[in-house]
Design a protein. Sequence first.
Length: 492
Amino acid sequence: MMNGHGKSDRPVVPAKSPNNAGQPVAEGMEGRGLAKGNPHRQNALRTPSRAGAPSALERIRQAARRDRKTRFTALLHHVYNLNTLREAYFCLKRDAAPGVDGQTWRAYGEALEMNLRDLSDRLKRGAYRAKPVRRVYIPKADGRQRPLGVTTLEDKIVQRATALVLNAIYETDFLGFSYGFRPGRSPHHALDALYTGLLTRKVNWVLDADIRGFFDAIDHEWLVKFVEHRVADRRVVRLIQKWLGAGVLEDGARTRSEEGTPQGGSASPLLANIYLHYVFDLWVQQWRQRHARGDMIVVRFADDFTVGFQHKSDAERFLVELRERFRKFNLELHPDKTRLLEFGPFAAENRRRKGRGKPETFDFLGFTHICGKKRSNGRFTVLRQTIAKRLQAKLGEVKAELRHRWHDPIPVVGQWLGSVVRGHVRYYGVPMNGRALSVFRFRVAWHWHRALARRSQTGWVPWERMRRLVDQWLPPARVCHPYPLRRMGVIT
C-alpha cells in the first residue's frame, strides 16, 4: 500500500514478505554481472557446513537484490536439481485430481527417485514435453462456472520447481502492496493492509475493480517479454513457453491459444503476478508519484485489487487512464463489476445531506466492507462481514454433501462438519463478524438435524440430544483474528 508522500507503506507482519526480510531466503544466482571469472568463492567456509554456505536459491536472491537490472543467464540447472524436484513433489497436494495421463501423486511416489532422475535427465537434455491441460469447471457463488486447468503430475513438479527458483528473483522485485500467492503472505495480510489504509489515510473514494477473465486474457508474447527482463536463460524461457503452448483438452478436443494461462497450474500464480507487476504495480507506483494530489492506497491480491483516493478527481482520472493502460496489454476492466464509490469517515454524512441513503459497500477477498461507527466513541470504522452469497453457497455445499452422508455414523459426520465449521471460522473470524459466524454454525447444525431426521421414519432427534451433538462436534463460533492495527504493529 502506498501513502501520500511517494513512499510505499507496507504492513509489518510477523513471518512476512521476503521483500524486507532481514535474512534473505532464496538463491542469488549467477547473473550476467557474475559471469566473468570465478564468483566470490570465499563466501563459503573452507570446511563445508550447513551454516557456512548460502544455498543456491539464497545466492540468487542476494544477486537479485544487489542489482535490480541483473539478468540471470544460468538457472535451469537449479530447476532439474534432484533436491529441488523432490521438494516440489512433496509440496503438491496428495489427493489432487490427475491430469490427462491419469498419474496420481501416490503412484508416482512408489518409484519416486527413479522417476525424478528420469525427469531431471529429460529436463537437462531438452527432451521434456509439456502435456495439455485437462479443463474442469467448478461452480462460483453467483451460479456461474469457473474454468480450472488440471495439469499432469510431472508438469506440476516442473512448474513448482521453476517457481521456487524464479521466486528467489521476483520476491526482491514485487512491491509491498502485492499480496497474492507470495511466500509469507496471505489474504488476511491484504485485508489488514486495506483496513489500516482506510482508517489511517485520508480515503474518501474507493475504486472497486475487477479484471474481466484475467487468466484467460494474459498475452503470451507480453508475458515472455516481461520474464525476459530478469531471465536471460533461454532454456527456462522455453519451459514457460511450453506450458503456455501446451493447450487445453476438453471433451476430447485439444485447443491452443496465444492468450491465457490455466488456473490450477503451479506456475500460474507466479506468472500472473509477473504480468500484473509490470502492467499494473509499477505503473500505479509511478502514477501516484506523478499525478495524485492527495493520499492514495493500493492493495492487490492476484487479479483482485482495491484503490483508495482522497480526492474524487484523482479517482476519476486514474480510472480513465487505467482502462487505457490495460487495453495496451489485452486486459479489460469488467464494466458491470468496476465502480467508484464514496467510502470513508465523511461518506455517511455527505450522502445523508444529498439524500442518497447509506454509503455503498464493496467486496474484497470474501468480505463485504461497510462504513460503520465504533460503539465506544462513535468514530468511523470499517465493518467486515462475510459476503452473504459466499455464506449461502457454502451452506448449500454442506446441505448437498449431507445427502451423501445420510447413513454414515454420527461421529464420522460430526468430525467432517467440525472441520467445515473450523475452517470457516479460521478465515472469517475477524473482529465485528461474530454474528455471521454464529449464523453459519447454527445453519450447519440445522441442516445436520434435518439430515438425521430424514434417515428413517423414526429418525427424529430431539433438540436436547441435538444440542449435545452440536456442542460435542461443532467448534464455537468465535473471533480468532485480532484487530488489524494490533496485528500489524504499525500504522500503515
